[in-house]
Design a protein around this ligand. Structure first.
Ligand SMILES: *Cc1c(COP(=O)(O)O)cnc(C)c1O
Length: 466
């Protein structure tokens, strides 16, 4: 499989190349040149497969001959063997129509483990093949950082620099990052918001001073391999719910548009998807873009669902590219104007293309708490604030009552136990696999929200590519 940039001006790469490159050199994001498609017979044959085997089948067309079928299966078995639930991503029924897909049984309690546990292994495989060193630079609103650090801590060929917005991640999230004391782990608390941190990471990728000395890699969902790994659980749900005969709707708590874009990819690959509901909190740029074509950056307001406190959704560019006729030059122009004015209108083709599959909904703080209470009082399930926003959207999106709606449960409630306790009175316990998180030593550095300071810190601590 070949990958092309959404901005049409970077070299096409194979799977190994895009995994290590992250962002394309023209500032765009890599997407497969075409969507592989499964026949209805192939989808029917997925029913009942163990998760790792399903993962190998769904991902092999994207990996191509960069990994043999056996090698990819081995890596999937290693990655998903670390999950605390035998089903990896179990489905839980809430009522006649609604279900939760629990994606938080990995080592750091959020759905990001599903992709990052595999990505850590892919990095190691490809780096040792090339005898190379990788410098990962990432920004996190909390969950990516802990999942990425867990996936690469202690690996010889990788240094990881993770920027988090100072004081804006939960105590559990921060400690999951800062108590990893492996010498290749560098946590940076920067002044500012997640969007500020993400903008700095993008600058590192486009800074020749950095890219000439270091091989810079990405663990944010700009990295194609992450999205690819997330396509798997849409197929897992689909076949459990009766695909290819029966359609399913998904409600996805959305920030950077990575998780829900994976649902779009699953639909392009032949999975019958009724609707993809993009659930946002009051940081609602995606809701405004999808409901009325207005993609304009507001200011970020911190909420109880910090992984969704985002006003620029990187992966939305992948959708705009695909539904806008895959015209890289036109999209590059549109994105340049967005970057200059912080606002743009979707074209008619983009709006219509998105509307064919996506619906959006926004939940404020009361609606989020209401959904936590509903799940607890009516169904006996304790859910986290991100999941609650998804569930609120699922229950208000007007989906045909005959169609099952699966809300992606993106974080374990204990990761956000203060907000959960405020909403429903119950304080979820941390699972035993987190052990003595609150007794461990923390290590991180604090930097101002200033690109030069961040670049200098990375340059001082990273290993040159050789
Ligand atoms: C990252 C994250 C999201 C948002 O996912 P995107 O792929 O960025 O849209 C939602 N919920 C939780 C708990 C997350 O960690």
């Amino acid at each position: 499989m070949e990958y092309v940039s959404t901005r049409g001006n970077a070299p096409a790469l194979d799977f190994e190349g895009v995994t290590l490159a992250g962002l394309a050199s023209d500032g765009g994001l890599y997407v497969p040149r075409h969507w592989p498609r499964f026949s209805t017979e192939e989808i029917a044959a997925m029913a009942g497969l163990p998760y790792a085997q399903l993962a190998q089948k769904v991902m092999q067309p994207f990996v191509g001959d960069c990994l043999s079928e056996q090698r990819l299966l081995d890596l999937c078995e290693a990655a998903y063997g670390r999950f605390a639930h035998r089903a990896v991503t179990p489905l839980v029924q809430l009522d006649q129509q609604h279900w939760l897909l629990e994606l938080f049984h990995g080592p750091t309690l959020a759905f990001k483990d599903v992709a990052l546990q595999l990505l850590g292994l892919l990095f190691e495989e490809f780096l040792s093949r090339r005898d190379q060193h990788l410098t990962i630079v990432g920004a996190t609103s909390g969950d990516t950082g802990s999942a990425a650090i867990d996936a690469v801590a202690g690996r010889d060929r990788i240094d990881i620099f993770m920027l988090h917005p100072h004081g804006r991640v939960s105590d559990v999230q921060r400690r999951q990052m800062t108590t990893m004391l492996a010498p290749n782990v560098h946590n940076i608390a920067i002044e500012g918001t997640f969007d500020d941190a993400q903008a700095m990471v993008k600058r590192v990728f486009n800074d020749p001073q950095m890219t000439s000395r270091f091989a810079i890699g990405a663990v944010n969902s700009i990295n194609w391999a992450r999205l690819m790994a997330q396509v798997v659980y849409y197929f897992a749900v689909g076949v459990q719910m009766g695909a290819p005969q029966r359609k399913v709707a998904f409600s996805v708590p959305t920030g950077n548009f990575g998780d829900v874009f994976a649902g779009y990819v699953a639909a392009q690959m032949g999975l019958p998807v009724e609707r993809l509901i993009v659930a946002t909190n009051i940081n609602d740029i995606l809701h405004r873009a999808l409901s009325d074509g207005d993609y304009s950056q507001g200011t970020v307001t911190p909420t109880a669902a910090p992984s969704m406190d985002i006003q620029v959704s990187s992966n939305f560019e992948r959708l705009l590219f695909d539904v806008g006729g895959r015209d890289g030059a036109a999209l590059a122009e549109q994105m340049r104007s967005f970057e200059a004015s912080k606002a743009m209108r979707l074209t008619n083709a983009q709006r219509e293309g998105a509307a064919a599959l996506f619906t959006s909904a926004r939940a404020d703080a009361d609606e989020m708490s209401g959904a936590i209470r509903w799940a607890y009082d009516e169904c006996g399930e304790v859910i986290d604030p991100h999941t609650a926003i998804g569930l609120h959207a699922a229950r208000t999106a007007g989906i045909d009552p005959a169609v099952p709606v699966v809300t992606l449960a993106t974080a374990h409630p204990a990761k956000f136990r203060d907000a959960v306790e405020r909403a429903c009175g119950l304080r979820p316990a941390l699972p035993a696999r987190l052990g003595d998180l609150f007794e461990r030593e923390e290590r991180f550095c604090e930097l101002p929200g200033d690109y030069a300071a961040v670049a200098a810190y990375v340059a001082e601590h990273a290993t040159p590519k050789g």
